[in-house]
Design a binder for this molecule. Sequence first.
Ligand SMILES: [Zn+2]
Length: 214
Amino acid sequence: MTFCASCGTALPSVPPVRCAGCGRTSYLNSPCCAGALVVHDRRLLLARRTIEPWAGHWDIPGGYCEPGEHPRDCAVRETYEETGLRVVTTGLHGIWLDPPGSSGSEAGTICVFYHAILAPTSAPDPFAVAGSSVLPAAGDPTGYGETSGIAWFEPSCMPARVAFPGSVPAVLRAWRTAVSQDHAPQPSADMAEPDAVPVTAAGSVRVRHPGRAE
Ligand SMILES: [Zn+2]
């Protein structure tokens, strides 16, 4: 059952349909999401979700665009909200469609992904406090309750459990292809190294260093 967004009257059928209560025509459009493929030292930043859908799975930082918000700005904002890291986008990675039903949206979701790098740190990183290497707990009122951990993954070592199988695996495959062909932007040599040190996440999630003893 779908209801009119203006007056709450139950709609007689799936949109597009005219509301009998107020006369407004309701449409069913795909909302827009945006995410950031943040690369540092040739590794990709992923965040582990604490909320449904796909709680416990690794995801590309991102989320729904606010009204009037450019997807690029959304990707930067959501990445900060979910990981505490300030990033800047360096280019468009691509646009994917999460099919109806797979993303929690009955109309599916249009997902815009950007390449991004860590920003030259101008603002303090909330996770880089007193050498802390643990993220706030899920549900922590200080924020980041949607994320239980973040980690940096080598292109050859992607996690098995990823969120939103309708789009994220394809996005990650395209990213690995871009990296292997050296198409993915890298921080330039003259960019100041960010103060924010990649953190190891709660729950024994480790930064991946294949071939390096940990
Ligand atoms: Zn109505």
